[in-house]
Unconditional design. Structure first.
Length: 367
């Protein structure tokens, strides 16, 4: 049994280790699952960057890690039950949810329904419920296995995109005239821009991207204007602006803040695709004025709020409609590339961390 681990202090450093199968001995009510496949995107890099801040390293404690230096970056994917000490869940049943980059995982299912259950492992109890939720595919209406790859790739990203759309609409875009989305080629950004472009009375949607991705982002047709990072003077600084930052790039943020000044109404920080250029406490953006208008957007908190507001059924109806539209649109721009095994994943992981994957690629790792 293999487990892919990342050095917490340096996301470029990884190792693949063999795990003793004795680690999979089951307790009462527990199950063992064989992980079949998972997606890997820049969103997973954000999990690593924010591993200590938000607790992502705590979901799947690494093996052979006495100094607590190594971590398992969580992945979204599919698994099959291979052993069960649970009276309700049977061997062979398939699940969708949050998994480590490993061959196997033990779960302690609680709150079991026909549709889902939650992992009740003690180290996960204080973590956001959305990440502890496992979907039982046998109980899912209209489940289509042919959509597994798209679901693994886009579900976690476009749930965030939905939450951002909902937040901006709920706040009437803070009466801004433009929404600037940084790292416009990222899959979360694309989902957000597509969702906003379908709404009525939306401010102008401006996408910022690297020169190499400029033509790709323009071809999507969901941005009113696309600007390369080296042409930020093309941004209209006279308009009231909300920034949605998927990158965390201090140079870009500082340039926008200087240019927009009081016309920057709010900056929602979402991702860290430019994790090696992140802002720090010494950066200009971190001064008191900017901090007052900068907010870290944590989608799980918004999800819990909307479930409380709308109920589970209402929340599912709204998100499913959004997700289905994005999935259909993704067929026009996303090419899925399958990687076989954790050994082959090592080089692909490195490419994603370095930002060397084409934005139209979706990576699926099959185990």
């Amino acid at each position: 049994m293999k487990e892919f681990q990342t050095l917490k202090s340096d996301l470029n450093t990884t190792r693949l280790i063999e795990i003793d199968s004795k680690n999979l001995e089951l307790g009462d009510g527990e199950i063992t699952v064989k992980i079949e496949k998972f997606s890997f995107t820049s969103n997973n890099i954000t999990y690593g960057v924010a591993g200590d801040l938000i607790g992502y390293w705590n979901f799947f404690p690494s093996s052979d890690n006495s100094k607590n230096e190594w971590g398992c970056i969580p992945m979204w994917g599919f698994a099959r039950i291979t052993e069960s000490n649970n009276d309700i869940l049977s061997v062979g049943e398939r699940l969708f949810g949050y998994f480590p980059p490993s061959d196997y995982l033990n779960l302690n299912p609680i709150k079991i329904s026909k549709e889902n259950f939650f992992d009740g492992k003690s180290h996960r109890r204080e973590l956001p419920p959305v990440y502890n939720n496992y979907i039982r595919l046998s109980g899912e209406k209209n489940y289509d296995r042919k959509m597994d790859n798209i679901r693994a790739l886009l579900f976690p990203l476009h749930i965030t995109a939905f939450c951002l759309c909902d937040t901006l609409q709920d706040q009437s875009y803070l009466h801004a005239s433009q929404v600037i989305i940084i790292s416009a080629s990222s899959k979360t950004a694309i989902g957000l821009a597509q969702g906003l472009s379908e709404e009525i009375n939306t401010p102008k949607i401006i996408g910022l991207t690297s020169p190499k991705n400029l033509e790709f982002v323009k071809s999507l047709g969901c941005y009113d204007k696309v600007i390369a990072y080296n042409n930020l003077d093309e941004v209209n600084s006279n308009l009231g602006t909300v920034i949605v930052d998927m990158a965390g790039n201090k140079e870009v943020l500082n340039a926008l803040y200087k240019s927009l000044n009081k016309n920057m109404f709010k900056c929602l920080t979402v991702g860290m695709t430019h994790w090696d250029s992140m802002t720090s406490s010494s950066d200009e953006l971190s001064d008191t004025t900017a901090k007052d208008r900068t907010e870290f957007f944590f989608a799980p908190s918004h999800i819990q709020k909307r479930i409380s507001d709308w109920g589970h059924e209402g929340y599912n109806d709204k998100t499913n409609s959004f997700m289905n539209s994005r999935a259909i649109q993704s067929k026009e721009w996303m090419d899925i590339r399958e990687i076989k095994g954790l050994d082959s994943f090592i080089s692909t992981y490195s490419d994603v961390v370095k930002g060397e994957i084409n934005p139209n690629e979706g990576i699926i790792v099959k185990l």
